[in-house]
Design a binder for this molecule. Structure first.
Ligand SMILES: [Zn+2]
Ligand SMILES: [Zn+2]
Length: 166
């Protein structure tokens, strides 16, 4: 969606509400598309003392397997962005400033980039997810399995074998 911001640029105190849905259902994250529902984007673009700022919040529902145990997990994330918009960039580049020469902002592009860059790297069903046993595959959140957890050390395994033989 393209926002025409001329009216905001020319008048101090002007404000334009932003409220739209962003379709990211085919956005690929490491082979899966976890943003099945449209992302709700809300906020405003406002002019305060001649400085035009876009203040936007993207509400994302992220559905993907837990990084540790693999259980399908839904998490909500709020990705907030605040950027100063200028019609001409004076001299130096800045991450906080976006140049829009024709006073038109592509909010779809801005919000898509923000969501992709700012989603948490970790996706866990719960903070203390214990994952699954590497040996038997049991979900360790549901309790311990019968496997000896120290047996992954090959030296100890050899020792255990030795003791068993005697
Ligand atoms: Zn988990
Ligand atoms: Zn096990």
């Amino acid at each position: 969606m393209i926002l025409d911001l001329k009216s905001v640029f020319i008048s101090d105190g002007a404000s334009l509400p932003v409220d739209f849905e962003l379709d990211m259902h085919d956005m690929d994250f490491f082979g899966i598309c976890p943003i099945k529902k449209p992302v709700s984007v809300k906020g405003k673009v406002f002019n305060r003392a001649g400085i035009v700022t876009a203040d936007l919040s993207c509400s994302v529902e992220f559905t993907a397997p837990c990084d540790r145990c693999g259980k399908e997990t839904v998490k909500h994330h709020e990705v907030h962005t605040q950027r100063v918009l200028v019609s001409r960039l004076a001299d130096r580049e800045s991450d906080e400033i976006i140049e829009i020469p024709n006073m038109q902002l592509d909010v779809t592009e801005l919000c898509t980039d923000e969501v992709v860059l700012n989603l948490p790297m970790k996706h866990l069903c719960r903070e203390d997810c214990k994952g699954v046993c590497a040996t038997c595959g049991k979900d360790l959140n549901e309790g311990k399995c019968g496997c000896n957890s120290v047996s992954h050390d090959p030296r100890l395994e050899a020792l255990a074998q030795l003791l068993n033989d005697n």
